[in-house]
Design a protein around this ligand. Structure first.
Ligand code: SAM
Ligand code: SF4
Length: 326
C-alpha cells in the first residue's frame, strides 16, 4: 500500500516521539530549566504508540524513527522497540539519541531490532560540548559511539547543528570523522524553533558549510538510498562515511518531504513548522482503529506544500524541538 498526499508526495516515514524529557538541555533545543513535566495521562502509553505505528504501517509507512526528547530515558523502551520491530511491513526502524546512555544500552537496542542509530553531537571539544548541552559529558557520548559498533550497528550517523561562532570552527574536524571513524555526518542548519531575537546570527547556510569543506577536500555526490532523509549527501573520495547537509532554513526540501510526525502526547503533525496538529488521543482512549486510519490519512492529505521559516515574519508558534522530536 502506498500513502500519497494531495501533492503526489509519497509519505513513507513516521517520526514517533516517545517522550519530551531529556537528560541534556541543548541550548538550541530546550530552555535551561527543561520542559514542563507532563502528567502520566498526557503522555501516550506504549500500547497507544504501538497502535499508531501499526496503523501507520498498514497505511504505507515503511520507516519509523523513534525520537524525543531523549528516547532512551523512558522506562520500558527496549521491550517497546522489540514489539515495534516486529510490526509486519515495517522495513526500517531507526532511533535518534544524544548518545549518553548508549554505552549501557547499545547491545539491548541492537537485540531489540533497531537497525540504525543517529547520534547528535555538536562539538568534539569537551568545553564547547558541555556549554552547548548545558553540562553534557563528551567522553560518555564517544564511548557510546564505540559501544554501538561493538554491539553490531553500522557506524552511527552523527548530526551536528552548526552555529556560527559556537562550533563552526569544527566543521572540518567533523568532516574528517567520515574518514577516520567511518561515521556519516550530517550538518544541520540551526533552526529558529524558539525565535529568539537575532537567531539569524547562528545560521550558516548549508552551501557555505559545503564550500568550507570543499576548500580542503574534493567531494563527490552520493545518490540517496531508499529511506533517505532530507539531506543532500557527498563523500570525500575513499571515506566510508558520507557528508550531508540539511538545509531546512536556506533551501527547503519540502517538495521531497516524505514524513509525518507524532509527538509523545499524541499530537500528529504533517509539517514540523505548521501550527496545525491533530490530537490522536480521542481515537486511542478508547481505541478506535477505523477512525485512527481516517485521521492519519487526513493528516497526510492536509500536509502543507511547504514552510517559510527563512522569512523573518514567518508565524509558527514557538516550540522546543524536544516537544516534537526534531
Ligand atoms: N535527543 C535526541 C537527539 O538529540 O538526537 C532526539 C531528539 S532531538 C530533538 C532530534 C534532533 O533535533 C537532534 O539531531 C537535534 O540536534 C535536532 N535539533 C533540535 N533543535 C534544533 C534546532 N534548533 N535546529 C536544528 N536542529 C535541532
Ligand atoms: Fe535533548 Fe536531543 Fe534536545 Fe539535546 S537535542 S536537549 S539531547 S532532545
Amino acid at each position: 500500500m502506498q500513502l500519497t498526499d494531495s501533492l503526489g508526495r509519497t509519505i513513507n516515514y513516521l517520526r514517533l516521539s516517545v517522550t519530551d524529557r531529556c537528560n541534556l538541555r541543548c541550548s538550541y533545543c530546550m530552555p535551561a530549566e527543561g520542559v514542563v513535566k507532563k502528567g502520566h495521562d498526557t503522555v501516550l502509553r506504549y500500547e497507544e504508540l504501538l497502535l499508531i505505528a501499526e496503523t501507520a504501517v498498514g497505511l504505507g509507512i515503511e520507516k519509523i524513527r523513534i525520537t524525543g526528547g531523549e528516547p532512551l530515558v523512558r522506562a520500558g523502551i527496549i521491550p517497546f522497540l522489540s514489539r515495534l520491530a516486529g510490526i509486519d511491513g515495517l522495513r526500517h526502524l531507526a532511533l535518534s539519541t544524544n548518545g549518553l546512555l548508549l554505552e549501557r544500552m547499545a547491545a539491548e537496542l541492537y537485540a531489540a531490532g533497531v537497525q540504525r542509530l543517529n547520534v547528535s553531537l555538536d562539538s568534539l571539544n569537551r568545553e564547547t560540548f558541555s556549554a552547548i548541552t548545558r553540562g553534557g559529558d563528551l567522553a560518555t557520548v564517544l564511548k557510546g559511539l564505540d559501544a554501538a559498533e561493538r554491539a553490531g550497528f553500522p557506524p552511527p550517523k552523527i548530526n551536528m547543528v552548526v552555529m556560527a561562532g559556537v562550533n563552526d570552527g569544527e566543521i572540518l574536524a567533523f568532516a574528517e570523522l567520515t574518514r577516520s571513524r567511518g561515521n556519516s555526518v550530517r550538518f544541520i542548519e540551526y533552526m529558529p524553533v524558539v525565535k529568539e531575537e537575532g537567531w539569524q546570527r547562528y545560521c550558516i547556510p548549508g552551501m557555505e558549510i559545503l564550500k568550507r569543506i570543499a576548500a580542503h577536500h574534493p567531494l563527490e555526490h552520493v545518490d540517496k538510498g531508499a529511506f533517505a532523509g532530507p539531506s543532500r549527501d557527498f563523500r570525500i573520495p575513499g571515506a566510508r562515511g558520507t557528508i550531508g547537509i540539511i538545509t531546512a532554513v536556506s533551501s527547503h526540501f519540502c517538495e521531497e518531504c516524505n514524513r509525518i510526525r507524532v509527538t509523545s502526547t499524541g499530537q500528529a503533525k504533517g509539517c514540523l513548522f505548521s501550527n496545525e496538529k491533530i490530537d490522536l488521543k480521542p481515537y486511542l482512549r478508547p481505541s478506535d482503529p477505523e477512525q485512527l486510519v481516517r485521521v492519519l490519512q487526513g493528516i497526510v492529505m492536509a500536509k502543507p506544500e511547504g514552510h517559510g521559516i527563512s522569512r523573518n515574519g514567518y508565524g509558527h508558534k514557538n516550540f522546543t524541538m524536544a516537544q516534537i522530536g526534531g
